[in-house]
Design a protein around this ligand. Structure first.
Ligand code: ZN
Length: 129
């Protein structure tokens, strides 16, 4: 295992973006296995190749910067999904989005027609709960 340690010295190694690239390749290979076009099966080699390129890259600072960008993008996607899922599962409240400042406003359901004042920008919206 010493040769591997020596080989990987000064290289980027496995990070979140390289794992994501390999997982994307795996997903594409599963999808393309159901589609009968023969050359389409070579498509996952692109994300696989990118993942391995990242692991073996010696330009560690650039790879780390790319990984940080990817993580910030991924956390945004994840938090949007969590917000959507919270809204979906919460049957006791109705959610409105302020048209002026895009704030998320939560009001209890079953109160009829209500006027909601945004706590952030004082914009008033009328909604049916
Ligand atoms: Zn607002």
């Amino acid at each position: 295992m010493n040769w591997l340690r020596n080989f990987m010295f000064g290289r980027n190694g496995v990070d979140h973006l390289s794992i994501a690239a390999v997982l994307l390749g795996l997903l594409i290979s599963i999808i393309t296995s159901f589609i009968g076009i023969p050359y389409l099966r070579l498509l996952p080699l692109i994300p696989y190749g990118y993942g391995f390129f990242r692991v073996l890259s010696r330009n560690v600072y650039k790879r780390q910067a790319e990984n940080r960008k990817f993580l910030s993008f991924w956390l945004t996607v994840k938090s949007r999904f969590n917000n959507w899922n919270t809204r979906r599962l919460d049957k006791a409240h109705k959610y409105f989005t302020c048209p002026s400042c895009k704030a998320s406003l939560r009001v209890p359901r079953g109160k009829g027609k209500v006027i909601i004042t945004c706590p952030r920008c004082r914009h008033e919206i009328t909604g049916k709960t």
